[in-house]
Design a protein around this ligand. Sequence first.
Ligand code: SAM
Length: 307
Amino acid sequence: MGRSSKDKRDIYYRLAKEEGWRARSAFKLLQLDHEFNLFTGVNRAVDLCAAPGSWSQVLSRKLRFSKNEGVKIVAVDLQAMAPLPGVTQIQGDITKVSTAQEIIRHFEGQPADLVVCDGAPDVTGLHDVDEYIQAQLLLAALNITTHVLKPGGTFVAKIFRGKDVTLLYSQLKIFFSGVTCAKPRSSRNSSIEAFVVCQNYSPPEGYVPNMSNPLLDHSYDVDFNQLEGPNRVIVPFLACGDLSAFDSDRTYPLQLEAGKQYQYTPPTQPPICPPYQQACHLRKNNLLSREDAPSVCPNQDKPELAD
Ligand code: SAM
């Protein structure tokens, strides 16, 4: 496959590189903001599952553009991420309470106005397993959110619209008065991915934030789509983004000016030391069977914190 083929196939991939975004996902957050005005009045934001950092880039550009004072953005991911201006990074696991505590420390006790989470596990291709793991990640993000979000605040998270999605909506409705499932134009129709936009954080009276997980803590033998009465929550579904925006499932020809040749644009920020780099190194050097094989990035420290 030539270098240009993904550029030709995926308009948002191509545009992301041209506009300097680290990933095409940036357009998803931009299109969600277009519909829901997510950033108005936001000074403190948390980006969960942030690497390689295109959502943090959007937050940094949008929040810091008009008001440099008092804006704080904290980005969390299991993986290291190259620094970004105005973004404090935590390399950590969002299923851990220690991560919530570290976020709170960075905000010096003040709550966040907005929490976003584009978290995705490495997909296995087994749909039920992928949906289940994605649901766990969403609930972990919700738990972290209950520790850090201010009342009235907004939570945006990736969701897979699988068969047990109703249970997730019910969980979210406990904490937010407005829950909408939104599908930005840049999210492929062929993908079950969508985003829940949860507005007006209002936890039940007396609720004490914790990191327990209802899907893990209870036996998982209920058909949640059979829930009835007040337990069955149906949230509105909104296709968002300008309908004249590029369709992420279509292929657009390269738009070249007359007489100009196609020029490859390299990624804005390649991943720093991703797990596959170690695997490729071991295979290439015939070291796969060596337990003591050295790491290709042995001195990989946590990334420096950007100011
Ligand atoms: N929003 C990002 C952007 O725009 O660049 C892309 C996020 S990527 C689709 C999903 C990320 O979720 C991966 O970087 C992965 O490391 C992270 N992730 C998965 N499980 C996690 C966990 N338990 N804690 C923290 N991050 C996690």
